[in-house]
Structures are given as structure tokens and as C-alpha cells.
Design a protein around this ligand. Structure first.
Ligand SMILES: [Zn+2]
Length: 274
């Protein structure tokens, strides 16, 4: 087994004998470092086996227990052993995120999630097995997502995040937990409460492209959506029952929460029908 310091954690000397790991937050501070400790830290920077570390310690005239003691102190800042990391990142059973939609935002979102190590799929047909087993989906559309589109995710019990472009702002959220929170139908019903003509207008807008999806806005929306997806894959509840809008003119963000609508019935959905 190779021991190595986590290369993502920055090291900075507080004094000639005190080393801090982490800058914004001190994860670990080692005081009174000996010459042998320093040499072992140099070896650990590149990665070294226990026998290699013992050799470094011997040459620096440290006692035989020094390598184990140093490794114990360094536990919070050691890298995950290479074999284990590859298994967890590339192994089977990794949760799948599906992007349902096209355009700058979808492309950007796929890029950033892939770079973050997520198994992200797009362009899938409804019969693809990944659609049924996805841990989360992102549905990208304009003005109003067609009911047939979001209900398909609802029926499959797949949590789905809406990214909806309007003509003044893009809304990211809510992240719908089927049967446990407001759905995109609830959002439409709340909008209808505020403007009874909304269903008539929405019907005209379902297939209309907002044409406001610039690379700048797409990147902003993809950033908000990617954080919510990563949080969900990590077991979090970000944007569950809430949404963030990003204004096209100045990038200003506004958050609001959504309640299930009593007329929707999505919380008591009958037997799934696909
Ligand atoms: Zn609903």
C-alpha cells in the first residue's frame, strides 16, 4: 500500500517548525516537526510504502515507531489509496444522473457533472434501463415543461430537477421528490392561482423556445443545477421544494419555496402507468 498526502490539500508553514494543512480552514496543524518528520513528509508528498518510509526514518536517525506515529497524525490529510479510489469512482453501481433536454445548459451540465465524477447520461429513450434506475434527472425546457414530460419521471419515482427558461429569467428547481413534495404540476397550479389564464398561455408555450439560453446564462443555470445534483447524489436535499431564479439582465438570484397544490393529487398518485 502506498501512503501519500492528499494533493488537493494545500500545505503552508506557520513557522519554521509548524506546518498547517488547509488554508481557508486549518484541517491539521503539526507543531514541533523534527528533521525526520520533514524528510518523511517529503517522501509522502510523492507517495511512499511503509518500508520506504521506515528507510527514510532510519536514515534520519528517528526511532522505529516514528513512521507509524506520523501517519497516525496525518490521517485526516492522507489521500485515498489509489486502488480504492478507482473502484469507488469507476466501479459498477455508481448512481446515474440523466439530463433530459438539449442546448447550452444541458451540454454544460453534462460537462461539469462528468468532470465531478458523476455517471451522467443524456439523449436516452424512455425504454433505456438507466431511465428507470436514475438517481436523479434534470429536465431542461422553456416557459412551461409539458405535463407528459415531467409526469414520466414522476411515475418512475425518479427525483427530477426542472430548469426552465423564461423571457426574463431562468428558474432552476424545484427538485421534485415523487410522492413526497410539490411536483411541476403543483408549480403550474400555483401559477394558475395567480393568473387564471396561465393554462391557456402555457399550452401555447410548451413547444416554444425561449431563445434566451446564451452561454453565460447556460453556465450560470448549469452551475446552480450541478450543485443541486451533486448534493442529491451525496444524500442532501438542496432545491427540494424550492427554486432559484437567475435574472438574464444582471445575474441576480432569487430563491422561493413551493408547497404541494391541493388540486394536484401528485402526493396520492395511483398505481404507476407507463
Ligand atoms: Zn403536484
Amino acid at each position: 500500500m502506498v501512503y501519500a498526502l492528499d494533493p488537493r490539500i494545500h500545505r503552508v508553514w506557520r513557522s519554521p517548525s509548524s506546518l498547517q494543512f488547509g488554508v481557508d480552514r486549518a484541517i491539521l496543524t503539526l507543531d514541533d516537526l523534527s528533521n525526520a518528520d520533514e524528510r518523511m513528509l517529503v517522501a509522502l508528498e510523492a507517495g511512499v510504502t511503509m518500508s520506504g518510509l521506515q528507510m527514510v526514518a532510519r536514515r534520519a536517525r528517528a526511532d522505529a515507531g516514528a513512521p507509524a506515529r506520523l501517519l497516525e497524525r496525518l490521517a485526516p490529510v492522507l489521500a485515498v489509496p489509489r486502488g480504492a479510489e478507482q473502484e469507488s469512482e469507476r466501479g459498477a453501481g455508481r448512481p446515474v444522473a440523466v439530463v433530459d433536454g438539449a442546448g447550452h445548459t444541458a451540454v454544460r451540465l453534462i460537462e461539469v457533472l462528468d468532470a465531478a465524477g458523476v455517471d451522467v447520461r443524456s439523449g436516452l429513450s424512455w425504454t433505456d434501463p438507466a431511465v428507470d434506475t436514475a438517481a436523479v434527472a434534470v429536465v431542461v425546457g422553456s416557459f412551461a415543461i409539458e405535463p407528459e414530460r415531467h409526469r414520466r419521471w414522476l411515475r418512475r419515482d425518479v427525483p427530477h430537477l426542472a430548469v426552465v427558461f423564461g423571457d426574463e429569467r431562468v428558474r432552476v428547481g424545484p427538485l421534485v421528490d415523487p410522492g413526497a413534495g410539490p411536483c411541476l404540476g403543483c408549480v403550474d397550479l400555483h401559477r394558475t392561482d395567480a393568473d387564471p389564464a396561465w393554462p391557456a398561455m402555457a399550452a401555447q408555450l410548451h413547444t416554444r423556445d425561449a431563445r434566451r439560453e446564451t452561454p453565460l446564462i447556460g453556465s450560470a443555470a448549469a452551475g446552480v443545477a450541478a450543485f443541486a445534483v451533486l448534493d442529491r447524489l451525496g444524500g442532501g436535499r438542496s432545491l427540494s421544494g424550492s427554486s432559484v431564479t437567475v435574472d438574464y439582465a444582471d445575474g441576480a438570484r432569487a430563491e422561493r419555496s413551493w408547497e404541494p397544490h391541493p388540486a394536484c393529487g401528485c402526493l396520492t398518485l395511483p398505481t404507476p402507468e407507463r
